[in-house]
Design a protein around this ligand. Structure first.
Ligand SMILES: Cc1cc2nc3c(=O)[nH]c(=O)nc-3n(C[C@H](O)[C@H](O)[C@H](O)COP(=O)(O)OP(=O)(O)OC[C@H]3O[C@@H](n4cnc5c(N)ncnc54)[C@H](O)[C@@H]3O)c2cc1C
Length: 459
């Protein structure tokens, strides 16, 4: 029987373990912090649970337009919100662990390190005795941790990483979010909706520099309309605390004062000190593990998946890399990872969902594509719901009309992107997308309408 040892029990690791067990391998997952990994315990699940509360608050704030008025004011009990967040994360972790055990996967609590490519030494977190696990294949899926700087050291109380915010039991009176990538934008949006005075410090000229520029412009407009201060072209130099106050000093000498600071400065891979290079695993710049499209590293029988590879830091991609690794190792049918079909979402209000080729790639001439952008403001359902911000954008190849990408900005864009993702994955044409019925009235009507506008009339 093939022995598989998985180091790291996040989505990259536990999904791989489930596939390996299904294919008849003897599987052990080693994890330090709890099954589900950062995705479940500190990052993805907690942040989206917090955002669920924030969304409701944002809707209530705008309910007036739909004829609802409140007596008194809406307030957030952050201690209660955070208790729910943590309860839900722990329950989700326990659910996944139970599923692994049911499928015959052995779970070991401890820190794993490679001793050559076919051995993993586990040091228990509670200081017990080390054990050595022999493996025919090792999957490294150790994830990543928040990047911090000497000049901006988190203290867990007022200067916080995204893993530490759930310890807050009172709403910050003034929160400074440093970093306007996806994580920074999501937290800024959520706390703003919860009624917090938020300043977003962005080193670039707009928020979400990696996303569709039109989408980022819509979002920045909404942020400022809702009272957030967005400081663009503002690079943080240091963050200091004095009593109950924090000061973010910018490289141009300006100082921003607040009660709390949340650092969203990106992630560093958890790849040092676990015997990777000694086992023949090559690390790229920044310490990420180099992998090919079937998750192989440079060491025979060592695979890697997820954030520790830096391929695309999403739970969905981590999970797919992990599954692909096991399909490949255990000889099942496998298609290499195709990043062009990945759909992703920024959970701000409004949400921004994307799939396939981007506007940037089209503008740079990397692919020839026609583009249609349709504002949601013309959609009947959007009008009924008081939705003004957002759009659907589709890209299709000239001539064939095959849909190669799309962007949706709006409430629940994460759900609305799915038909576009199917079109991209299955090489459907804009006509095929347009000809599927949509419910009237519905936001998805705008996806079909955008596709209709890409129709090429041929005589
Ligand atoms: C705030 C935030 C929100 C996010 N939201 C989303 C989202 O909505 N959707 C999405 O798709 N992605 C989201 N992501 C990204 C997503 O969380 C990551 O891509 C995902 O966690 C990667 O999974 P992983 O398995 O690679 O690693 P992780 O989930 O980080 O799991 C790695 C595990 O390995 C353990 N480990 C580390 N070293 C060792 C060792 N030596 N021995 C044993 N165990 C070890 C860690 O303790 C951890 O439990 C978010 C990220 C952040 C920061």
């Amino acid at each position: 029987m093939n022995r598989v040892v998985v180091v790291g029990g996040g989505p990259g690791g536990y999904e791989a373990a489930l596939v390996a067990a299904q294919l008849g391998a003897d599987v052990t997952v080693v994890d330090t912090d709890g099954i589900g990994g950062s995705a479940v315990l500190t990052d993805c699940v907690p942040s989206k649970t917090l955002i669920a509360t924030a969304e409701l608050m944002a809707d209530m704030e705008e309910a007036n337009e739909l004829g609802i008025t409140f007596q008194g004011s809406l307030t957030t009990d952050l201690a209660q919100v955070n208790a729910r967040v943590m309860r839900l994360a722990e329950a989700q972790s326990a659910d996944i662990e139970r599923r692994l055990t049911r499928e015959g996967v052995q779970v070991v609590r401890g820190r794993g390190a490679l001793e050559g490519p076919e051995k993993v030494v586990v040091t228990p977190v509670d200081g017990g005795q080390e054990q050595t696990l022999e493996a025919d294949a090792v999957l490294v899926s150790t994830g990543a941790a928040p990047r911090t700087l000497e000049s901006a050291r988190p203290d867990g109380e007022r200067i916080l990483t995204w893993e530490q915010v759930y310890g807050l039991d009172e709403v910050p009176s003034k929160l400074i979010v440093v970093g306007s990538g996806v994580t920074g934008a999501e937290f800024a949006s959520a706390y703003n909706a919860l009624g917090v005075d938020v300043t977003l410090v962005s080193s670039r000229d707009r928020v979400l520099p990696g996303e569709d520029a039109d989408a980022a412009e819509v979002l920045e407009g909404v942020f400022t309309r809702r009272g957030m201060t967005v400081l663009s072209k503002s690079r943080m130099q240091s963050v200091t605390r004095s009593g109950d106050a924090v000061t973010v000093t910018l490289t141009d000498g300006r100082a921003v004062e607040g009660s709390h600071c949340l650092l969203a400065l990106g992630s560093v891979p958890n790849t040092s000190g676990i015997g990777l290079e000694e086992a023949g695993v090559t690390l790229n710049d920044g310490g990420f593990i180099g992998v090919d499209r079937v998750s192989r590293t440079s060491a025979r029988s060592v695979y890697a998946a997820g954030d520790c590879t830096g391929v695309l830091m999403l739970a969905s991609v981590a999970a797919m890399q992990g599954r692909i690794a096991m399909w490949h190792f255990l000889g099942d049918a496998v298609a290499p990872l195709d990043l062009r079909t990945v759909s992703s979402n920024v959970f701000t209000a409004p949400e921004i969902a994307t799939v396939g080729w981007s506007q940037k790639a089209v503008d740079a001439g990397e692919i020839e594509a026609e583009c249609v952008t349709l504002p949601l403001s013309g959609n009947a359902r959007a009008k009924m719901q008081g939705v003004r911000d957002g759009f659907v954008k589709l890209f299709a190849r000239p001539g064939t009309g095959i849909v190669v990408g799309g962007v949706v900005v709006g409430p629940r864009a994460s759900e609305l992107i799915h038909p576009v993702a199917i079109a991209v994955a299955q090489n459907l044409t804009a006509d095929q997308l347009a000809h599927a019925f949509t419910v009237y009235p519905s936001m998805s009507g705008s996806v079909a309408e955008a596709a209709r506008r890409l129709h090429v009339f041929r005589t």
